[in-house]
Design a protein around this ligand. Structure first.
Ligand SMILES: [Zn+2]
Length: 228
């Protein structure tokens, strides 16, 4: 089975399913044959729902916690990717943190990423800004990480399918000093799914439908059918 690796100028090659066809011919039973078919995922993605537990992340004026939105969106992304045959590893599956403090929590996430063997890491977050008019989906990558090309592609998909639809404002993927996006050699990005400080974004962020739109964009970027 061909192993997918990051190559220069491209993040990932299209997903190719390896079909393992096992045919057991039961000659002794008069030629009856049993056929076993298994689909083996070739792409693994770590989904990191940001914050959790003691760390609620940013909070809306109405009390919505980023940590809860992140987890809800992450679950929808997981569902969509798995439907499409992508193997998904979550850093957290419930509302709890991974450690007793921020340092331990981040270290545990880094350990999961390090042992994942994943092709990509996607950390799901929600943004907040002092000006309430700011809205839309933004993608970030680590300034010393390997996620730049993937981030640019993902941002362009979000611009096409979500930002142009809801706000008309497009963004460029930006680099920054983000631990989760540079704690490994795996192409890693942070997706800020919208602004909790914008009323329209907040309404969207509360819905499963919007989470599914985020999920579809991520799916387009990690599977065949999108010209990466
Ligand atoms: Zn966050």
């Amino acid at each position: 089975m061909r192993k997918i690796v990051a190559v220069s100028g491209k993040w990932i090659k299209p997903l190719v399913f390896a079909l393992v066809l096992g045919v057991a011919a039961l000659a002794a039973a008069g030629g009856a044959a049993a056929q076993a078919l298994a689909v083996v995922p070739e792409v693994t993605v770590v989904l990191d729902a940001g914050h959790g537990g003691f760390d609620g992340g940013v909070v809306s004026s109405e009390g919505d916690r980023e940590a809860d939105i992140n987890l809800a969106v992450t679950k929808r992304v997981k569902r969509r990717l798995e439907e499409g045959g992508v193997r998904v590893i979550l850093t957290r599956e419930d509302e709890g943190a991974l450690g007793v403090n921020k340092k331990e929590d981040m270290q545990k996430r880094a350990e999961i990423i390090a042992s994942s063997g994943a092709n990509a890491v996607i950390s799901i977050h929600v943004n907040k800004y002092t000006k309430s008019y700011r809205r839309g989906v933004q993608v970030f990558y680590g300034d010393s990480g390997t996620g730049g090309a993937f981030a640019a592609k993902l941002q362009s998909v979000f611009n096409t399918y979500i930002n142009s639809k809801y706000s008309g404002r497009e963004y460029s993927a930006l680099a920054g000093d983000y631990f989760i996006a540079k704690c490994s050699a795996i192409p890693s990005v942070i997706v800020e799914c919208g602004f909790i400080s914008n009323g329209e974004d907040l309404k969207l962020l509360r819905t499963r439908e919007y989470a599914d739109e985020i999920a579809e964009c991520i799916f387009k970027c990690v599977t065949a059918g999108y010209n990466l």
